[in-house]
Design a binder for this molecule. Structure first.
Ligand code: HEM
Length: 373
């Protein structure tokens, strides 16, 4: 069991007891499809990662991320079967039936890692996680799957998690759980003591928003165009540890230079807009400036859906990024190291994991014989 809020052995046993019933007996009263799965509720696009249309947009086109997040990380406890797939897909549809798509309801994406495909004896569409440029021995994780749940409301999120967990405990078991938040004032309120020195309104620990329109890939840019996973994407999930105390000892001007670029004023960094246009890096770049060197055709290659959290009492970033190919992430990391220092001296990757996010119609147990093959 990894991560914050790790499960106890007893927790797993309780969850598996619940499954034995859930898997055999489909939920009473549900409209059942051919496979013993309730009908998919209408209104969710086939691209699982198509969240943007549901997010609030400011006058500059910047989107507001959902405030509360949860990652459920799954392992395989044995060979997966149709009953596992049926139970999970039914639970995911139940979650979608409970709430509308969007931060006022629930957003979710499900990804599958190399360990899943290895268990089926088929090649993985995503590589095994590897250390990236600048890393110092991160844990390379081999989860079978990752479910990202997001909402503005804690009770909605908790209910969604409970619903998903009724489906686990057969071959698919909960191996880890990560929770977090992003949005004005939340890091200061929900973070560790070191976060209390932050600007009252900061949406992320380091004190700045990171979702300006120009600095995010568009959903279409990160969508796989053709091949067996067309309509899907890839998802990288890492835990980044922040040296918040040291960051807090920089003055405002130094923080802005490290985050954006030398010469950017704090006032300019805080002024809302579609994103700063920063000069090409020239040896001592800020983070955003260095990352922009990895753009393709002038557009960022990553769609960042990260959020802040707390692990072992320390401030961490749950860095969730979507990209067409994991090489897009590796290239961005190389640019950050090559042109930095940016925020590199304050960030250390604790772990890395990689998943393919299939289109929604194939989001559960992809390529499982008799189910999706
Ligand atoms: C540790 C926490 C991190 C924070 C607080 C952070 C913050 C930021 C901020 C403030 C921006 C400027 C864009 C804006 O104003 O919207 C930015 C841009 C960006 N960051 Fe980060 N970042 C973090 C980690 C990372 C990591 C680990 C990666 C990649 C591996 C990354 C990749 C990018 C990219 C690709 C851009 C956009 C560059 C462009 O405009 O082309 N960031 N980030």
């Amino acid at each position: 069991v990894h991560g914050d809020g790790g499960l106890t052995r007893r927790g797993l046993l309780v969850a598996s007891g619940a499954l034995a019933v859930a898997a055999l007996r489909p939920p009473a009263g549900a409209a059942l499809g051919a496979r013993g799965v309730r009908a998919a509720p209408a209104g969710r696009p086939d691209r699982q990662h198509a969240w943007d249309a549901t997010l609030a947009v400011d006058e500059h086109g910047n989107r507001t991320a959902p405030r509360l997040h949860r990652l459920l990380l799954l392992d395989l406890a044995g060979p997966p079967g149709i009953a596992d797939a049926t139970a999970l897909e039914d639970a995911l549809r139940a979650v979608e039936a409970q709430q509308p798509a969007g931060p006022s309801g629930i957003l979710l994406t499900v990804g599958w890692g190399p360990a899943w495909f290895a268990a089926l004896g088929v090649p993985s569409p995503v590589p095994e996680p590897a250390a990236l440029a600048g890393d110092r021995a991160p844990r390379l994780e081999r989860f079978a799957a990752c479910i990202h749940l997001a909402s503005d409301f804690a009770d909605v999120l908790a209910r969604a998690e409970r619903t998903v967990r009724t489906a686990l405990g057969g071959a698919l078991v909960l191996a880890g759980r990560r929770t977090g938040f992003t949005g004005r004032g939340l890091p200061r309120r929900l973070g560790p003591p070191a976060a209390r020195r932050l600007a009252r309104e900061a949406p992320l620990y380091l004190g700045f928003a990171s979702t300006a329109r120009r600095s995010q890939a568009r959903e279409g840019d990160v969508t796989l165009r053709d091949g067996p996973w067309a309509g899907g994407t890839t998802m990288h999930v890492s835990v980044l540890e922040l040296a918040l105390e040291r960051w807090g000892r920089l003055d405002e001007r130094e923080r802005v230079a490290a985050m954006f670029a030398p010469g950017v004023t704090p006032a300019r960094a805080r002024r809302p807009g579609p994103g700063l246009v920063l000069p090409a890096p020239d040896g001592r770049a800020g983070h955003a400036q260095a990352a922009a060197a990895a753009r393709r055709d002038g557009r960022p290659r990553l769609l960042r859906r990260d959020f802040d959290g707390v692990q072992d009492g320390r401030a961490v970033v749950h860095f969730v990024s979507l990209q067409r190919d994991l090489e897009d992430l590796a290239a961005t990391r190389r640019a950050l190291v090559a042109h930095g220092p940016g925020i590199e001296p304050f960030v250390r990757a604790r772990s890395r994991a990689a998943f393919v996010v299939p289109p929604r119609s194939r989001r559960t147990c992809p390529l499982l014989p008799g189910w999706d093959a």
